[in-house]
Ligand binder design. Structure first.
Ligand code: TXA
Ligand code: MG
Length: 347
């Protein structure tokens, strides 16, 4: 089933969606970050359907979505003042806070960990669905495991329509990258996954912040990560990808043209301003955003990766962004998209 709520939320359809959730079915719904595949977080069998639909490894835990801050303490324990401050400051919004879980959250949700990721989306449709269903909703990003997250409804329908009971269309995702995942360790917020809420913003209200080493480094073979998600290939099209970046535009353009000379079967994901300077057919240059516009870049990147994949080239070459503010989250995703095939050109 497909519901179009781009203009307004249909009340009869909203009731249907909530009934589906209460009945243990799974649905696709919008949030401000990316679309999610949701189920009643308190129902083990319903949550199992999410893992099956995505082909997600069972040791990768799900985030639980609530509509009201009062619901948090029913499913998790706020142990520190730092956690409380993060909740007070950034919720509702694009942040997930890892808290000690209460027994009411089934093991399948937390993949056996004693913690659970809690998120309170600001998206109105997401809030309405959670409120009307009257249960917390477990939801990973709406994509087959390993692929780029769903941010555009046509991509999501193509990939998931047969696998879920209903897809709710709320238009393109506003942010386009998944939430910032934070865990407070020894009273310091540690960013396990960067996102729209930046390290700088957290630092401003809390003080010291750490970025988990696995945000930019490859996991070693026998290493146990703080966040199980980093064990797996992620955000990746089927086509091999390569990431390049330079603070000097001309160097980046020169390098791209050099790579194209060596291999013509390439698709470029790049900035609009560079299109005329790169020697490739028009349909092989996909504009992600205008220069320096990281918001637009974040919003478009997954859609562009999917579009590039359809060309079936041997390589997707991606122009990266500066690694600060929202750029931290973009570069984190792209490094993993490219399986760390990254070149920074300095001279
Ligand atoms: O923006 C988002 O967060 C979206 C929307 C739908 O809310 N959801 C999302 O979920 O991105 P998912 O499952 O694709 O990513 C959740 C990430 C995974 O990397 C997972 O390993 C990590 O959060 N995670 C979940 N629970 C955790 C826990 N208890 N401890 C550490 N990491 C956890
Ligand atoms: Mg995901």
């Amino acid at each position: 089933m497909y519901y179009n709520w781009k203009q307004n939320i249909d009340t009869v359809e909203l009731q249907n969606v909530s009934n589906l959730i209460k009945n243990g079915d799974i649905i696709v719904f919008p949030t401000e970050t990316v679309y999610g595949i949701g189920a009643n977080a308190l129902d083990t069998e319903a949550v199992r359907k999410i893992f099956l639909a995505k082909g997600r490894p069972s040791d990768n835990p799900l985030i639980v979505h609530v509509a009201d801050k009062k619901e948090i303490e029913q499913i998790a324990v706020i142990q520190t003042a730092v956690e409380q401050k993060l909740i007070d400051t950034f919720m509702p919004g694009p942040i997930t806070i890892i808290l000690k879980k209460r027994p009411i959250i089934p093991d399948i949700v937390s993949a056996g960990l004693d913690t659970v990721g809690i998120r309170m989306p600001s998206n109105e449709i997401a809030q309405k669905i959670i409120k009307t269903s009257q249960v917390p909703i477990a939801a990973p990003s709406a994509n087959i495991s390993g692929r780029p997250s769903g941010t555009k409804i046509s991509d999501i329908r193509e990939e998931l329509e047969e696998r879920v009971s209903v897809i709710v269309d709320g238009g393109d995702s506003n942010i386009g990258l998944e939430s910032t995942v934070v865990k407070v360790i020894d009273n310091v917020p540690v960013i396990l996954r960067p996102g729209k809420i930046t390290p700088e913003q957290i630092e401003e209200v809390i003080g010291k912040v750490r970025i988990d080493s696995k945000v930019f480094e490859k996991l070693l073979d026998d290493e146990k990560p703080e966040s199980p998600g980093v064990k797996y290939r992620h955000y990746a099209p089927k086509t091999k990808c390569k990431l390049i970046y330079s603070t000097k535009e001309n160097l980046m353009i020169k390098e791209i043209n050099k790579i194209i000379e060596e291999n013509k079967d390439i698709v470029i994901l790049g900035f609009a301003e560079h299109k005329n300077k790169i020697n490739i057919e028009e349909d092989r240059y996909i504009e992600v955003s205008s220069l320096e516009n990281v918001e637009e870049y974040a919003k478009n990147i997954y859609t562009c990766l999917r579009k590039a994949d359809k060309i079936n080239a041997t390589l997707i070459l991606i122009e990266g962004v500066e690694n600060k503010h929202l750029g931290v989250a973009i570069m984190n995703r792209l490094l993993r998209t490219c399986e760390y095939d990254y070149k920074e050109i300095n001279d």
